[in-house]
Design a protein around this ligand. Structure first.
Ligand code: ZN
Length: 272
């Protein structure tokens, strides 16, 4: 059973709310931390968000998200890098504990996934030159292989660990239960990630799932053994906030935000 004081609201969970509503919702429901998405942050304004977060003593477990490093040419890759540096600046502004990276899939019309993976490694390496000077750790989030073409060609914890080994300080891993629960090497690779786990995201995998992106389940409604995964990441030294991140277009995004928050807290305490 997880303690509510460890819960962080990933704002995608209440997509029906603006960032301002999310922050106020955290205050009302006694949630200690938040992970905002950048579009919401831009809408509110980073300065306003910063003030609200400090005034209400809400911690920022991460900023979602940077990444998307892959491109068809140098120009596109450089533009992506510029945007990532801006994301680092925004993370600094709101005192985020790390910047989550969804690294990007195949560039348009490419079929060369090895090249895409090399671009990702190079992109993270270049971003590190900047993020290290700002003290913002980068958290590579491996995504389920079903997203390899369009969102992330880093699909396993093993790949993420390999990149971290190669690039050294300033880069770690966000372990999202939805993306990695199926991995036969889960326990081994979480252990290998000891000391570099920067985030732990929870939701549930529904059987059957009706949408590859927007049909994530609330904890307890699916088949992921969340307590055992929590024990693994904690044995690997992770003691940070646990983010609830649920993309649910047809279900949870249709409900009143306060109902989602209440359910989320209950389920967190029971199923995580
Ligand atoms: Zn996630």
């Amino acid at each position: 059973m997880a303690d509510k004081s460890r819960l962080s609201l990933n704002t995608a969970t209440v997509n029906q709310w603006s960032l301002e509503e999310c922050i106020n919702g955290c205050v009302r429901h006694g949630i200690a931390a938040i992970d905002p998405w950048r579009d919401g942050l831009h809408n509110l304004g980073a300065d306003v968000a910063r003030e609200m977060l400090i005034d209400n003593d809400i911690k920022v477990s991460a900023l979602c998200r940077g990444g998307m490093f892959t491109g068809n040419n140098t120009l596109e890759c450089e533009a992506a890098l510029d945007d990532n540096r801006r994301a680092v600046d925004e993370a600094v502004k709101i005192n985020a504990q790390c910047l989550v990276l969804v690294v990007g899939g195949l560039p348009a019309e490419s079929k060369d996934i090895n090249d895409a993976r090399q671009q990702v490694r190079d992109g993270i390496g270049k971003l590190l030159d900047y993020s290290r000077t700002c003290d913002i750790p980068l958290a590579i989030e491996p995504l389920h292989p079903m997203y390899a073409a369009d969102r992330s060609c880093v699909n396993t914890l093993r790949q993420a660990n390999d990149i971290c080994d190669e690039l050294g300080d300033g880069v770690g891993i966000a372990v999202d239960a939805y993306h990695v629960w199926w991995d036969p090497d889960l326990e081994k690779e979480i252990k290998r990630a000891s000391g570099r786990i920067l985030g732990f995201h929870v939701c549930d995998w529904l059987v059957s799932t009706t949408d590859l992106l927007l049909d994530r389940g609330m904890m307890g409604d699916g088949i992921i053994d969340l307590p055992s995964m929590r024990r693994m990441v904690e044995a690997a030294g992770f003691d940070g906030f646990i983010e609830v991140e649920i993309f649910s277009k047809k279900n949870w995004w249709q409900k009143p935000g306060n109902e989602v928050m209440e359910t989320m807290i209950n389920r967190f305490e029971t199923y995580v």
